[in-house]
Design a protein around this ligand. Sequence first.
Ligand code: TXD
Length: 311
Amino acid sequence: MSIKRHKVTVVGAGFVGATCAQRLVEKELADVVLVDVVEGMPQGKALDMMQSSSVEQFDAAIHGTNSYADTKDSDVIVVTAGLARKPGMSRDDLLAKNAEIVGSIITETAKYSPQAILVIVTNPLDVMSYLAWKKSGFKETRVIGMAGVLDSSRYAYFIAEALNVSPKDVRAMVLGGHGDSMVPVPDFSTVNGVPITQLLAKEKIDAINDRTRKGGAEIVGLLKTGSAYYAPSASAAAMAEAILLDSGRILPCCVYLNGQYGIKDTYCGVPVSLGKDGVRRVVELKIAKSDLEALQKSAQDVKANIVKLNL
Ligand code: TXD
């Protein structure tokens, strides 16, 4: 007897997409459809993953395809397709190319799954999230970008490492756009509820903030032929999980703001509660004035790139 599971489509069967698909099926959170333009590649990866099912003990299914018809009636669509950054390449260099790719994918997927929640991963993330919202015609609460979970998890790891504590006990918060102007917020970053401002010297926190801001580039520099994917895929899967389980988890996500934090008509990273309908609510923290100003500046940077798309 087959179990009726949720359905998740992951578009882009590259490093982030395939690893995200793997995490979702291994946790049996959904049956997954993995789509790519490259013929045979998503099919091959899906078959390979299915052949791990008896070893890894999961019975969720993964189906690889080049056809959007197979994505019909998905609950969540994770969009990872596009070009990844190469060393020396900024996220914004990717703008025009990835806008074309993401635009066409949104048109196709929205047609087949008009009720889905879209989780956007492709860079430049904040701009692609805005583009996806516009192209889909979906309510803004149903189009969400993944960056804050990743940036915060990098921050959490560096905090755990500096204090020699378990990452399980660290809650870290990074707001703003997914770029150099992102805003790590030490006041809301804690080890079992104790703010890191009480545990680490200011110079150390500044150094960790800086490393977090450059977290993606550090990995690009090491890998040389691509960008990070283990933490990014885990972060996208965590968002899909919160949506599928309607858990209400509060995660920093890239969402449409219309006045919250004094930011209007743009996508930007802030804490939100996630559920089956997407963003349940935006959580407005009382952050320090300097952090608020940095967040608003970051939102301005995103807006400047959105304008370039002429939507
Ligand atoms: O925090 C974040 N949001 C990010 C974003 C963290 C890590 C990576 N981030 C971005 O995700 C990265 O800058 C890229 O824009 C995407 C995907 O990164 P990944 O490392 O997975 O790139 P790959 O391995 O090159 O995979 C991209 C796949 C590849 O298989 C292409 O064939 C496919 O996308 N692709 C397409 N699939 C479907 N349809 C179209 N049009 C298409 N074009 C390319």
